[in-house]
Design a protein around this ligand. Structure first.
Ligand SMILES: Nc1ncnc2c1ncn2[C@@H]1O[C@H](COP(=O)(O)OP(=O)(O)O)[C@@H](O)[C@H]1O
Ligand SMILES: [Mg+2]
Length: 318
């Protein structure tokens, strides 16, 4: 039995299909659902955590059906939503204790000490949360999510709005939970983080999984080198042997080639024949961003991205 199984899981909001026939199995790994804003990540998590009814299809968590056996499902999982849920007027310890009592945990004080220790918050446990950094608040939420010893943890955009060091630390803690046997379902729109820290990723675009595998397998399936050129002027596409033009964005043109080293001089020549000034030409391995563009065809515009809501959330987090 896999910790999470979905079969044709689908959600419509009126006529908008937010999640489109999703079929997935996830077990004792860090599974990253990766996609731009509005691609259906939160909707998927809400259905898997029993907070939203699917329109069609089904899903189980630890063998229990999310629609018919909601209570058993909720016993097995923890959900850390994208928005902050801690009370900044209380101390870290009081926040977690409140949660532990809510869950009816035996010896709540010991459990609270334990989870605060796991999240490296022991020495700040008695300070008010309003004095915590964004990263510490996130870790406090993770500590809360651990009090009832879930088998499966859902994290929606756990690193959004955090600085680089805090993000790294959050991922290290997530990795530690996985190593202790937990199944982690995490959403993110940061391709680089998914690449580095997830065991497998499902790339989602407009509600559909368009690529599913480990980051390294996805990149090697692409079997291409990526060449970027910083230039002045715009490139009038002309075929270059063995090279595919991906596109130009501002002063940067991106190409892919099976053999990047052989392609470099050909590209340099084509650009200068085109009368362009080339400032730099670089060769790199493909990233998940390239996998995404390859699968979807382009960088899609976020659908109905709520900028105001996003800024309010960041504001609350700091
Ligand atoms: N409650 C809702 N009512 C109507 N449309 C919604 C609702 N929640 C989300 N949507 C839409 O569904 C799509 C997927 O949203 P969401 O699951 O939040 O994506 P993500 O988490 O990947 O940013 C978006 O187009 C969004 O605008
Ligand atoms: Mg979301």
């Amino acid at each position: 039995m896999n910790a999470i199984e979905t079969t044709n899981l689908t959600k419509y909001y009126d006529s908008l299909c937010a999640v489109d026939h999703l079929t997935l199995s996830v077990n004792n790994e860090i599974f990253g659902m990766l996609g731009p804003n509005g691609s259906g990540k939160t909707t998927t998590v809400l259905m898997l955590t029993t907070l939203l009814h699917p329109t069609e299809g089904s899903a189980t968590v630890c063998g229990h059906d999310v629609t018919r056996e909601g209570e058993q499902v909720r016993k097995k999982l923890s959900y850390v939503p994208q928005d902050m849920a801690v009370d900044i007027k209380l101390t870290g310890r009081e926040n977690v204790l409140f949660f532990a009592k809510l869950y009816g945990i035996q010896n709540p004080k010991d459990k609270v000490d334990e989870v605060l220790g796991v999240m490296e918050l022991s020495d700040r446990a008695d300070d008010l949360v309003k004095t915590y950094s964004g990263g510490m608040r996130r870790r406090l939420e993770l500590a809360q999510a651990l009090v009832h010893q879930p088998a499966v943890m859902f994290l929606d955009e756990p690193t959004i709005g955090l600085d680089v060091a805090a993000r790294k630390k959050i991922w290290e803690h997530i990795g530690m939970l996985r190593n202790n046997g937990m199944t982690i379902f995490v959403t993110t729109h940061y391709m680089d983080e998914a690449d580095k820290y997830c065991d497998r990723v499902g790339i989602i675009s407009k509600g559909k999984i368009v690529a599913l595998d480990s980051p390294s397998a996805l990149k090697s399936k692409l079997m291409k080198d990526v060449i970027t050129a910083k230039v002045s002027g715009s490139f009038t596409a002309q075929p270059i042997e063995g090279v595919r033009l991906v596109g130009q964005k501002d002063d940067e043109i991106t190409f892919t080639a099976e053999n990047g080293k052989e392609a470099l001089p050909l590209i340099a020549k084509a650009l200068s024949d085109n009368g362009m000034k080339v400032h730099s030409l670089s060769l790199r391995e493909p990233t998940l961003d390239d996998v995404f563009i390859d699968a979807v065809g382009s960088h899609e515009e976020p659908r109905h991205f709520n900028d105001h809501q996003f800024r309010m959330m960041l504001h609350r987090r700091h």
